[in-house]
Design a protein around this ligand. Structure first.
Ligand code: NAG
Ligand code: NAG
Ligand code: NAG
Ligand code: NAG
Ligand code: NAG
Ligand code: NAG
Ligand code: NAG
Length: 711
């Protein structure tokens, strides 16, 4: 009874959400058009001392910024006023707590029934060079020493601000799409697992990764660019696990380069045109296109990616000269950008129809999967979450990622791990059987008092006309993504579905993170991606079955059950990174020069200035900058040409050992050929915490001597 009441209440909510009237907006005459809004906002979190999200490597902590991270939002409204928003963030992934917090903040801002769990899709590009600490579930917080509230807030608030900006600038526009192929930009990092998929199935595809790239082009009624949204499956692991600088990796670079071009060289994050490079089924897809090599230059042993039986030495190498990770990032990013730009010129697939959305929370630990989504004619079931042994071995993009491979008394001094290890559960017989053939390393679903990973996960479909976005709560491998797309495509391509020529896309790492999703056959091989497929061998089958229900509901124009809302993790988190105690500079002169610039430089030179500064995590300088490179345009008139969001600059933070509490801030600027000759200077600004007895922060700034750049 209660259930029926709840369901009725939810249906009322859902159906009223579908009929939102847009104020101050003319109803569009032409059914083929949309109203489109775009917004961008800074989500760069703590740039010092914070564990980075992705490689799960203790000690890989932030120590400066290469370029800033952004949230890019696209609001789509159809001619009946139905709206949905897609957001791509320069983050590793979206955690459940982020989605819940963002929806809560949006409801506070806009009132109920404008933006909800159902019509908001949040996705991460999967950069491995952003600050972590924004997961409330323990597994994804181990190497960041737990949940870092300020890091979480920076991401949530930035996403909300990008949506508010998009909401406030909706205007009538047109959408066209284009599909093409991009080569030399991704390879499969677990090809032996891929090979275990049936030969007939593999024969349908040219490659063991998707080369398909899809562009969604948005222009206003005058044909002027509003935004671009590109999907291509590749890990953002061009920056390797030795990096300490915050970076959007290859997709962040692609966005940066395109926005710079179309916004006429305006400072990063400021122009009206927005280009997002959304993540897709990148689970087994690496940007390190030269392949994986051992320290002696030989190829790794392919089946388990080892060198002489050890995984540590085997690493994937990008296309940059001598494996330079900055150059690799730029090459893989530029490849995506240039191809998308080429597709922008020719885009011709009409995107027409309505904006629709379906969303369900799935109790993923116990879904009964029926044929045809099982490998046999028998029903099967998903399992309580568990991680396999290969998970600890890492991948060729980041070997030996976790520090607990040696057994549970080798904690390498990680205080969070020391603390949490007493809660680890021994797997039960049922669990071992359910997860077989996976050897269980951590039974993350059985840890007390709370599981380490989510057990209820969201699935969602958003359609923008014939563009069909399947939001998946994790990393689908290449073949998993294809199977999911095929399932949804068959349903929506059928006559009477209301969608003509659907273009079905996987929007990866969306709304919640729950590890990888390998196919049943890949699971048998138990490489990293399978070991990290936490809900067992039938995980993909369950997703196909449940996504089929969402697609059918769209085709039949009815609603789906909302499913159980996930547990509230607020208040059940831990954090072991001590706060900044205090900052110190000689004579209290924060911003004073430690090492000045030279006098004359030329194109391709790198100018370096070092300042006495403060801890960069005192204030994240959101929508601002820790540095500027200024040109003297007339006597004592300076124009800022580069900031810490620029590719050409880097800012490094480090403790000034052996001084206690002193920070040295190094600013580097590599002079690009486009620059005019003249007089320049470098500045640094930030906030210091001068007293250990007060939380008060004081702003400071400093500047280098002036220097000359010759033509
Ligand atoms: C790639 O895109 C084409 C359309 O251009 C489509 O027919 C094909 O199914 C796609 N292939 C994959 C593997 O997604
Ligand atoms: C960039 O410059 C071109 C040519 O002057 C102009 O048409 C366009 O509107 C400008 N775009 C922006 C975003 O300022
Ligand atoms: C990371 O890249 C740098 C070059 O940018 C290289 O020197 C280093 O060996 C690489 N490390 C790993 C673990 O791949
Ligand atoms: C799983 O769900 C079935 C019903 O679908 C129920 O009978 C069973 O007890 C559940 N098992 C667990 C472990 O929750
Ligand atoms: C702890 O590690 C040592 C080797 O470093 C090993 O001999 C011992 O058995 C381990 N103890 C437990 C409880 O795992
Ligand atoms: C979760 O709990 C916290 C307090 O414990 C509360 O403030 C918050 O609103 C709750 N969130 C949801 C979505 O219920
Ligand atoms: C700067 O470096 C680029 C790339 O290495 C090179 O093509 C260019 O010729 C260099 N320019 C000058 C002036 O040295």
């Amino acid at each position: 009874m209660k259930y029926i009441l709840l369901l009725t209440a939810l249906l009322v909510v859902v159906s009223s959400a579908v009929k939102i009237q847009i104020e101050n907006n003319v109803r569009l005459e032409d059914n083929s058009d949309f109203q489109i809004g775009t917004g961008i906002y800074d989500i760069t979190g703590p740039a010092a001392e914070t564990g980075m999200m992705g490689y799960a490597m203790p000690g890989q902590v932030t120590g400066g910024i290469h370029f800033r991270l952004r949230s890019r939002a696209f609001v789509f409204i159809d001619s009946n006023g139905n709206r949905a928003v897609y957001v791509s963030t320069d983050s590793c992934m979206i955690f459940q707590a982020v989605k819940i917090q963002v929806v809560q903040l949006l409801e506070e801002h806009f009132g109920p029934n404008v933006y909800s769990h159902e019509n908001v899709l949040l996705s991460g590009i999967h950069t491995h060079s952003g600050p972590g600490g924004y997961s409330m579930y323990a597994l994804y917080g181990i190497t960041t020493l737990g949940f870092y509230k300020e890091s979480f807030d920076a991401i949530c608030e930035g996403i909300v601000q990008s949506i508010i900006r998009a909401h406030n600038n909706v205007k009538p526009g047109k959408i066209t799409a284009e599909q093409s192929k991009l080569y030399d930009s991704n390879i499969n990092r677990s090809p032996t697992a891929y090979l275990n998929n049936p030969a007939e199935e593999r024969a349908l595809y040219e490659n063991d990764v998707d080369k398909n790239i899809t562009l969604i082009k948005m222009v206003d009624t005058n044909g002027s660019p509003i935004g671009a949204l590109t999907f291509f499956a590749v890990h953002c692991t061009s920056m390797n696990n030795t990096n300490h600088l915050i970076s959007g990796d290859n997709k962040g670079y692609a966005s940066y380069a395109w926005e710079k071009l179309f916004n006429n060289n305006s400072l990063p994050g400021t122009g009206p045109f927005i280009a997002a490079f959304g993540q897709s089924n990148e689970g087994d897809v690496s940007p390190n296109t030269l392949g994986a090599f051992c320290p002696d230059g030989s190829r790794c042993y392919a089946p388990d990616s080892t060198c002489n039986g050890k995984n540590e030495g085997c690493k994937g190498i990008g296309p940059g000269k001598d494996g330079d990770m900055f150059e690799s990032t730029q090459i893989i990013g530029n490849n995506q950008f240039q191809k998308a730009l080429e597709m922008w010129e020719t885009a011709s697939i009409p995107v027409q129809g309505s904006v629709q959305y379906r969303h369900t929370w799935l109790p993923m630990t116990n879904i009964t999967v029926y044929p045809p989504f099982t490998p046999t004619a028998e029903p099967a079931t998903t399992c309580r979450a568990a991680m396999g042994y290969s998970f600890a071995a890492g991948t060729t993009d980041g070997p030996g990622a976790f520090d607990f491979t040696q057994g549970d008394n080798n904690t390498n001094g990680n205080v969070f791990w020391n603390f949490i290890s007493k809660f680890i559960a021994k797997p039960t017989e049922d669990q071992k059987q359910c997860q077989a053939p996976k050897p269980i390393l951590i039974d993350v679903g059985l840890t007390k008092p709370l599981p380490w990973t989510p057990d209820v996960v969201p699935i969602q479909i958003i359609t923008i006309g014939n563009i069909v976005l399947c939001a998946v709560p994790g990393e689908f491998t290449t073949m998993s993504g294809r199977r999911l797309r095929n399932t949804v495509y068959e349903i929506l391509n059928a006559q009477g579905s209301g969608i003509e020529n659907p273009i079905v896309l996987v929007a990866g790492l969306s709304n919640t993170y729950s590890g990888y999703i390998a196919t049943y056959e890949e699971y048998e091989v138990q490489r990293y991606e399978a070991a990290s497929t936490i809900f067992g061998p039938h995980t993909l089958g369950a997703y196909q079955q449940e996504f089929a229900k969402l697609a059918t509901s769209i085709a039949q124009n009815n609603q789906v059950e909302p499913g159980p809302f996930p547990r509230n993790m607020t208040g059940h988190t831990f954090f072991f990174l001590p706060p900044v105690v205090y900052d110190e500079a000689p004579g209290g002169n924060f911003g004073a020069i430690y090492q000045d610039v030279g006098t004359t430089y030329a194109v391709n030179d790198t100018v370096t200035a070092v300042f006495y500064g403060a801890n960069l995590r005192n204030n994240f300088m959101i929508e601002s900058t820790f540095l500027s490179v200024d040109l003297e345009v007339s006597p004592n008139q300076w124009e800022t040409l580069f900031v810490d969001g620029s590719w050409e600059t880097k800012i490094y933070w480090k403790m000034h050992v052996p001084e206690i509490a002193q920070s040295l801030i190094t600013v580097e600027w590599t002079i690009p050929p486009t620059i005019s000759a003249g007089t320049y200077r470098i500045t640094h600004q930030g906030y210091a915490k001068p007293s250990m007895f007060s939380d008060k922060l004081v702003p400071y700034s400093g500047q280098s001597s002036t220097f000359t750049v010759t033509a």
